[in-house]
Design a protein around this ligand. Structure first.
Ligand SMILES: Cc1cc2nc3c(=O)[nH]c(=O)nc-3n(C[C@H](O)[C@H](O)[C@H](O)COP(=O)(O)OP(=O)(O)OC[C@H]3O[C@@H](n4cnc5c(N)ncnc54)[C@H](O)[C@@H]3O)c2cc1C
Length: 386
């Protein structure tokens, strides 16, 4: 029986290990922490749990949120009633549920730190861990954004990552808040979980200290206490448009999945769906094509499904967060228009839910809101060629 080492046990690694074990391969998943409270909003989109029902059909504590409020200081706010609700987990619970699922499918779960992965003389892999060595025929890299294996997985160039930080606050509410800030490439979020809130900020182009000050100012204004709240910080892949074309998702005998492959939506920062989907696609490629052929099969499938879309998303992200139209930021215009247009509100809801991709967004806006959007705005927002 073939052995696949799955390095990392977040959503990407757990889903890959479950699929491999289900397909009759010996899957060994190695994670230094196993189920832990990874810094995260914990939001799982409707697209994700519709495509992978095990994300919602389980007994793990979670919250389904149907309302959201988008705001920008100069534009005020607009509300969204989400017919495609957002599912929100504490990450320790989500990771625990996915690891348990992998174990039930027959994957071996090892708690240890991976320190190296090297090719073995038989063409396989020698994985060095704190607890000893593991030999495998192939290798899936699911070590997250801080993947320490320099030769495997995405390499970050300038601008390819966002800073993300925030607080877990003991409080409750029933809606999601998103706050855009003029001239800032990113946003603040308040995600209600069962029994607490994940309040955070993600973005580019500013120091973590400046972003933390922005977040605390917002929390002061909104009356959200943070003095005794647990602080968290992490990095979030957010590839620039040029980097999407050349980044490493696979190599000789290895496939990278989730954050280790840079697979995060550059506009919203959504990564859980891409982690789950890429874990599944990588495992399926190995099962169907074997180690050698799986590299090309995996790349092709990712490209077909979302690389082109996320590449265009990286371009749109700059425009949405950093450009203005008729003297105001794009995000403030979006909020003003949402208050007047149910059609635009529906488009934004679909973007939130993951059911509207970036490549067909312009077409949809033109078809549905031609009366509302002057041509000039669309031309400013979307170039004819990207
Ligand atoms: C602040 C923040 C908020 C976010 N909010 C959202 C959100 O609301 N919704 C959403 O969809 N996405 C969100 N994301 C993105 C999301 O968290 C990631 O995209 C997702 O966790 C990626 O899953 P993964 O399995 O690829 O990596 P990870 O979840 O990072 O898992 C990697 C695993 O590898 C293990 N590991 C790392 N190094 C080693 C080592 N050397 N040896 C052994 N094990 C190791 C870690 O313990 C970890 O369990 C957010 C990210 C951040 C930073």
């Amino acid at each position: 029986m073939k052995t696949v080492a799955v390095l990392g046990g977040g959503p990407a690694g757990s889903v890959a290990a479950a699929r491999l074990a289900q397909g009759g391969v010996k899957a060994i998943l190695i994670d230094e922490k196993l189920a832990w409270e990874k810094p995260c909003g914990g939001g799982v989109t409707c697209k994700a749990y519709k495509e992978y029902p095990f994300l919602i059909e389980n007994d793990t504590p979670k919250k389904l949120v149907r309302n959201s409020c988008l705001s920008e200081p100069s534009a005020g706010s607009a509300t969204l009633e989400m017919s495609q609700p957002l599912l929100i987990y504490a990450r320790k619970d989500l990771n625990g549920m996915l690891l348990e699922r992998a174990a039930k499918q027959g994957a071996d779960i090892v708690k240890s730190r991976v320190t190296a992965a090297e090719r073995a003389s038989d063409g396989g892999w020698n994985i060095t861990t704190k607890q000893g060595n593991i030999h495998a025929d192939s290798c899936i890299v699911a070590l997250g954004a801080r993947n320490p294996l320099r030769n495997m997985g995405a390499e970050w160039r300038d601008g390819d990552t966002m800073t993300a930080l925030g607080y877990f606050v003991d409080s409750d509410r029933d809606h999601v808040d998103i706050r855009f800030l003029q001239g800032f490439e990113g946003y603040i979020w308040v995600f209600p979980r069962l029994g607490h809130l994940s309040v955070g900020i993600c973005g580019k182009g500013e120091s973590a200290q400046a972003m933390r000050a922005r977040l605390e100012r917002y929390m002061d204004e909104e009356g959200i206490p943070y003095k005794d709240a647990r602080f968290y910080g992490h990095m979030l892949p957010s590839l620039e448009q040029s980097s999407w074309r050349s980044h490493r998702v696979a190599g000789d005998g290895w496939l990278a999945v989730g954050d280790s492959a840079g697979l995060v939506d550059p506009v919203t920062g959504e990564g859980i769906y891409y982690a789950v989907r890429s874990g599944d696609v990588a495992a399926t490629s190995l099962l169907e094509h074997g180690t050698i052929e799986s590299e090309a099969a995996y790349r092709d499938q990712l490209k077909r499904e979302f690389i082109d879309d996320l590449t265009y998303g990286a371009h749109l992200s700059k425009r949405l967060f950093c450009e203005s139209i008729f003297g105001a930021s794009m995000t403030s215009r979006m909020i003003q228009l949402m208050r007047r247009s149910p059609l635009l509100t529906q488009v934004v809801e679909d973007l939130f839910a993951g059911s509207q991709n970036y490549l067909t967004l312009k077409k949809r806006l033109l078809e549905t809101a031609s009366g509302l959007f002057p041509d000039m705005m669309l031309r400013t927002f979307f170039p004819s060629k990207v």
